[in-house]
Design a protein around this ligand. Structure first.
Ligand SMILES: Cc1cc2nc3c(=O)[nH]c(=O)nc-3n(C[C@H](O)[C@H](O)[C@H](O)COP(=O)(O)OP(=O)(O)OC[C@H]3O[C@@H](n4cnc5c(N)ncnc54)[C@H](O)[C@@H]3O)c2cc1C
Ligand code: SF4
Length: 507
């Protein structure tokens, strides 16, 4: 008998494993405390994973495969991967154990250890999901400087995406400069495809199991796709209705619309319900067929998946486990309490955090330039910041979370992933959103009791970290601007920053 393990983020129906059915093969899927408890997750995230796993197990059964599924409250469930596997190996006289390469270092280590300790043959298979091998980014860069743009061009050529005769379609590789428009005052909430389902049963099970979670599920809604069919519907809806504006407003933020033109495909992609290449091809085809989809929209979207997503995964495998301990600035502050409640007077943070607590979602710029920006300016401990991001978002799995958080957002890797820290004053927030117009703080002031905290914290961050950052060429303009501020004002700015940091839980 062969036992095949499917992890909660390995729901790839098109994996070659599932092509043929055999009575000699048992698939196993486990909902486990090991996974619900290694960090405190958003309640909707746990519900979405369990529902997607249950659905996948039913699909496999429906296709004639033998499946063993342990729900979280199943009396057979040992709540731990090793114990569950050992039990099944014994119970079914298993002679061979097979698993797919996990995407997380933690699980990779655990499965390697299990595989070496069991007394049956073991074999590990690729997940047949990504467009790169685990080590491809490391091999590509070798000892040279890591740079997403270089890797991205290589990927465009390698997979022949938006390429004509080895040249980029449209003549330019990257249309990032055209991806930075603010929404108009008359912007109305964009309609998204949303799935209505009853999640009371699974919520009750989580309660019975006493799983500690964060966030709210009081609205009883889980609009995310949890099956392959639903994921394909979201992809179709995205290309038909949202893609024509995706690139232009990719970085925009507003109080009135949490999703704007974003695709909401991250959960489907990260659980492998849908594959990156089918998403990329669909968008490339939309560029060819649909006059409303210009190159800036298609390229802006494809770059995120063909470029960033594969790149951060490669960085993860190149640099783990050391990456998880990186703390370039030596930051130690705990995250303010309001990261778990949204109760702050800063309107941008209040919005981004409340939305995350309600929906388990915030889009990239909210994560990077609102919550991440503040955490870095305030000198928060990257371990704390990581835990928050790993828990709160529906799509958070360590390989993509830690690289984005510790690397891109917190610059804790000292510039491996990002060429400069993503920090800003209120200027950027105002440029890209409508948050400031409804805020108790004054975005134009650097000092004074109503001055926007981002302003003093920003200039203070530059002063405090001068030694570490001033030789970074991309920071030189910022240091020139800092040096133009009078000593008297700099002192007042530092004093205001000091006050804010001392009272961080109540600002
Ligand atoms: C601090 C921080 C933490 C993040 N944590 C996660 C995480 O845990 N899981 C996760 O999937 N993404 C993470 N991201 C990346 C990005 O914010 C999300 O992928 C995106 O918001 C998901 O929403 P969407 O599907 O609507 O994306 P869209 O804006 O529609 O983008 C399409 C797809 O591109 C991919 N993508 C976009 N940006 C990135 C990126 N920087 N890295 C990798 N893939 C990307 C995603 O698969 C996404 O579904 C993080 C970003 C930041 C700044
Ligand atoms: S004024 Fe400052 S705190 Fe208020 S919304 Fe703007 S950037 Fe955020």
């Amino acid at each position: 008998m062969v036992l095949r393990l499917i992890l909660g983020d390995q729901l790839n129906r098109h994996h070659s494993w599932h092509e043929e059915k055999s009575d000699n093969v048992i698939y196993c899927l486990f909902e486990m405390r090991q996974e619900t408890d290694y960090v405190k997750h958003h309640i909707k995230k746990v519900a979405a994973f369990f529902l997607a796993m249950r659905n996948f197990a039913e699909e496999l059964k429906g296709a004639g495969h033998r499946v063993i599924y342990y729900t979280i409250n199943d009396s057979e469930n040992e709540q731990n991967l090793q114990a569950n596997l050992l039990k099944l190996i014994e119970e079914f006289n298993v002679t061979r154990f097979e698993y797919q390469l996990p995407d997380e270092y933690r699980l990779d280590e655990q499965l390697k250890s299990i595989a070496s300790s069991v007394e049956v043959d073991t074999e590990v298979f690729d997940t047949e999901h990504f467009l790169t091998e685990r080590g491809e980014v490391a091999d590509f860069f070798g000892d040279s400087q890591y740079l997403m743009e270089r890797f991205y061009r290589y990927m465009r050529k390698k997979h022949n995406i938006l390429i004509d005769d080895d040249k980029p379609l449209g003549g330019t590789w990257n249309y990032d400069k055209e991806n930075r428009k603010k929404l108009g005052r008359d912007h109305e909430r964009v309609e998204h495809l949303s799935f209505k389902r009853d999640i009371q049963e699974v919520l009750k099970e989580l309660e019975e199991a006493n799983i500690e979670t964060i966030g709210n599920a009081d609205d009883g809604e889980l609009p995310w796709p949890i099956s392959r069919e639903e994921s394909l519907e979201v992809l179709d809806y995205f290309t038909d209705h949202l893609l024509p504006n995706f690139g232009t407003f990719q970085d925009a933020m507003t109080e009135n619309d949490p999703y704007i033109y974003h695709s909401l495909l991250s959960f489907s992609l990260n659980t492998k319900l849908i594959s990156p290449i089918e998403v990329i091809k669909k968008v490339e085809q939309a560029y060819v067929d649909d006059d409303r989809v210009d190159i800036a929209q298609a390229e802006g979207f494809i770059r995120q998946i063909l470029g960033w997503r594969e790149y951060v995964r490669g960085v993860y495998w190149a640099k783990m486990p050391e990456y998880a301990g990186k703390n370039f600035f030596g930051n130690e502050r705990k995250l303010p309490d309001w990261y778990w409640t949204g109760e702050t007077k800063m309107n941008c943070l209040k919005n981004a955090i409340s939305q995350s607590l309600d929906l388990a979602y915030a889009h990239h710029i909210q994560r990077l330039m609102i919550t991440g920006n503040f955490a870095l300016l305030a000198g928060c401990d990257p371990d704390e910041v990581d835990k928050w991001y790993l828990g709160i978002y529906i799509d958070a799995i360590e390989w993509v979370e830690i690289t984005n958080t510790r690397g891109m957002s917190q610059f804790a890797d000292g510039g491996l992933l990002a060429t400069k820290p993503y920090v800003s004053s209120a200027n950027y927030v105002h440029k890209m959103s409508d948050y400031c117009s409804n805020c108790k703080y004054d975005r134009k002031k650097r000092t004074g009791s109503d001055a926007c905290p981002f302003n003093s914290l920003y200039w203070n961050f530059l002063s405090v970290n001068r030694e570490l950052l001033e030789n970074n060429r991309r920071m030189s303009m910022m240091y020139r601007l800092l040096d133009k501020i009078s000593d008297e004002e700099k002192q007042a700015i530092d004093k205001r920053a000091e006050y804010l940091l001392a009272n961080i839980d109540s600002i």
